[in-house]
Design a protein around this ligand. Structure first.
Ligand code: HPA
Length: 246
């Protein structure tokens, strides 16, 4: 399957417990990626790690240079990318702490640099299946092998942020068929497809989405739930890179 990269989101700004080999500071035609590409040895495999919001978490979702991030990974020779993302849970199975491997996505973002095909080359990618089937299968097998409980069919609704949603926005998203809501799933998934990267998403529910619980959503709650959920993701990733799955 070639070289893998992990794009780490909120709650996974850094990869702990792995051997860091080298940092690669790349410049792309679209500017700088969110962080250096951090080359690590993870379960004996060479893996690149990129911190989506920067290692100090200083880049909000709408300011992330998604094009530079994906371009840098491609240029480095990466073939498969696992995008790890914190999300809000909309439907019943996606409560706080739950790991979700979505199979579909709806884009509600706007005003982002969202394509490599800005002309003069006109190109329309097929996006029927927005996540790479092979990688999704590997992620699900890893979850089974390591007994990590995951929701394996789910639609990710990508919102603009940085504010959270209103209860009515979440009701509308649920009617649209969204199970989880996050702010970074797009254009990341589409850019990966445009550039020929096999991209899969591993989401962790940090909170019930707006209006789905009585409580106000706080960053403290989000960070607390993520700690637990990211343990599941780390276990899943360890399993992914171990043995024969990759
Ligand atoms: N909405 C959007 N993005 C999120 C949320 C949410 O409730 N939780 C974590 N990321």
């Amino acid at each position: 399957m070639g070289m893998y990269a992990i794009i780490g989101g909120t709650g996974l700004e850094q990869m702990d417990g792995v051997e860091e080999v080298q940092r690669h500071l790349l410049e792309t035609p679209f500017g700088k990626p969110s962080s250096s590409l951090i080359e690590v040895i993870f379960e004996g495999k060479q893996v690149l790690f990129l911190s989506r919001h920067g290692e100090d978490h200083s880049i909000p979702p709408h300011k992330i240079n998604y094009r530079a991030n994906l371009w840098a990974l491609k240029e480095f020779g990466v073939e498969s990318v696992v995008g790890v993302a914190a999300v809000g849970g909309i439907t019943a199975a996606t409560g706080p702490g739950q790991v979700v491997i979505p199979d579909q996505i709806i884009d509600y973002t706007w005003g982002r640099e969202h394509t490599f095909f800005d002309g003069p080359e006109v190109e329309h990618i097929d996006f029927t299946t927005p996540y790479c089937k092979v990688l999704r299968e590997s992620l699900l097998s890893a979850a089974t092998a390591d007994n990590v409980d995951v929701v394996s069919v789910a639609t990710y609704g990508a919102t603009q942020g940085p504010r959270l949603e209103s209860a009515a926005e979440i009701r509308r998203m649920e009617q649209d068929g969204c199970d989880i809501v996050g702010m970074t799933g797009m254009p990341e998934a589409a850019l990966a497809r445009e550039i020929g990267l096999c991209y899969g998403c591993c989401a962790v529910s940090a909170n019930w989405a707006a209006g789905k619980s009585e409580r106000e959503i706080t960053m403290e709650e989000i960070n607390e739930n993520l700690k637990e959920g990211m343990e599941g993701v780390r276990a899943l990733l360890r399993q992914l890179f171990r043995g024969t799955l990759v």
